[in-house]
Design a protein around this ligand. Structure first.
Ligand SMILES: [Zn+2]
Ligand SMILES: [Zn+2]
Length: 417
């Protein structure tokens, strides 16, 4: 008999970990991440396990891979892009922890251990044998390298989606459905829909045009992983702007370009990166502020990174703007700015006169898209995780699937009906 248990990331977004048991013993762990809050929150401690599958690099899914490697030396399976971007994020998390002064449960040496003994590479379409079970890797949309895992057993097939996007974006194609008896699906957008993607892009470009035509500069705080590359592709496709790019996204872009098969259009990303000005020296920052029309910089939620420097210089002029392209989590500086019109700079709350707006460029399927995905898979059971508010999705799914489960963490449930 197969069972699963969430160690975190069930009725919450962040710190995902799902253990799979066979006849009572843990045989695999799917994702093991942290909630990248300040300080981070961690999942319940995993027992020793030989096989770990990481869906994608975002820290809420990959964040504790070095901890697992150093404790249990398991094989940690992921796509090459996920491993390489993940390693960058792990080392950055250590740096951020030391700046912010909170502990983090691994060191750079443990990231080295992860790299040298645990990283096992899997490309889309490949699979791994776990005794009598087989785990297949298929694309999840979301960000480059993001996977779903299809767990094939003698009792049935289970699909673990990780973070899922069924829409095409500039960076990756949307996920396709595949057959499964049980789907363990993320529910980030349970109860919420996205506006039409093309509309959002148009509104974003129109808003930028309005500012730039008046002589203003637009700061676009963007996540290093995925979103910043997309924003650059949108801006350079439109053309005509002097665009500057600053922060960790530069390194992530290089990893993406070294794995072109994981991109929808690697030529377009390469072209975008050639056309923008890359900030390499701190003197470039003043040049970006003086000459730039648009500055794309990390961090996406203004929780550090060069974006904070730029906002300190741009905030007092109403011609300028700060345009968010990602959801701003409760408790972050970006959320504070959206809610109050103020920003926290080195502990001091300052008013922002520049225009502030949020554009919904999500990399997650919206409510109806999650339901369409489930309709296509047509499973016997759905298990929802990765959601602050799973009930609206669970209610709508109950109309099409008789068996819908919204598990609590630490609860052990049979995987198959
Ligand atoms: Zn993600
Ligand atoms: Zn996630």
């Amino acid at each position: 008999m197969y069972e699963i248990m969430f160690l975190g990331g069930a009725k919450e977004v962040g710190r995902v970990g799902m253990l799979m048991f066979k006849e009572g013993s843990p045989i695999a762990l799917f994702d093991y991440g942290m909630k990248p809050s300040n300080p981070p929150e961690y999942p319940i401690e995993s027992p020793p396990v030989n096989s770990v599958f990481i869906t994608h690099a975002h820290l809420d899914h990959s964040g504790l891979a070095p901890w697992l490697a150093a404790r249990y030396a398991p094989s940690i399976y992921a796509t090459p892009v996920t491993h390489e971007v993940g390693e960058l994020l792990h080392r950055d998390a250590i740096k951020v922890a030391s700046i912010e002064g909170y502990p983090i449960p691994y060191s750079n040496e443990e990231v080295d251990i992860y790299r040298s003994i645990s990283m096992a590479y899997l490309n889309f379409g490949e699979d791994v044998e776990l005794g009598e079970e087989r785990v297949e890797v298929i694309p999840a949309g979301h960000i480059p390298g993001a996977s779903m895992f299809r767990i094939i057993t003698e009792h049935g097939i289970a699909l673990f989606t990780g973070d899922l996007n069924t829409n095409d974006t500039h960076l990756v194609e949307g996920a396709k459905s595949s057959s499964a008896d049980v789907v363990i699906i993320e529910g980030t957008y349970s109860g919420r829909e996205h506006p039409d993607r093309r509309e959002v892009e148009k509104m974003f470009l129109d808003a930028i045009e309005e500012r730039v035509s008046k002589g203003g500069t637009v700061l676009v705080p963007a996540f290093a992983v995925g979103r910043s590359q997309e924003v650059l592709m949108i801006l350079t496709k439109r053309g005509g702007y002097d665009v500057w790019y600053d922060g960790m996204g530069k390194q992530v872009s290089e990893i993406y370009l070294s794995h072109p098969s994981y991109l929808r259009d690697s030529k377009a990303l390469r072209k975008a990166l050639k056309e923008v000005n890359i900030v390499q020296l701190s003197s470039h920052r003043n040049k970006a502020l003086k000459d730039g029309n648009v500055i794309v910089a990390t961090s996406g939620m203004l929780e550090g990174g060069p974006a904070l420097y730029y906002i300190s210089k741009l905030k007092d002029d109403p011609k300028n703007a700060v345009y968010f392209t990602g959801y701003q989590v409760e408790g972050t500086n970006g959320r504070y700015l959206l809610d109050t019109g103020h920003i926290n700079l080195q502990g001091v709350s300052m008013p922002v006169v520049a225009d502030v707006k949020f554009f919904d460029f999500s990399a997650h399927a919206g409510h109806s898209e999650l339901i369409d995905f489930i309709k296509k898979v047509n499973p016997e059971r759905v298990i929802i995780f990765h959601s602050d508010n799973p009930e609206p999705l669970a209610d709508d799914l109950r109309d099409i699937v008789s068996d819908v489960i919204v598990p609590d963490i630490t609860l052990r449930i049979p995987l198959f009906p």
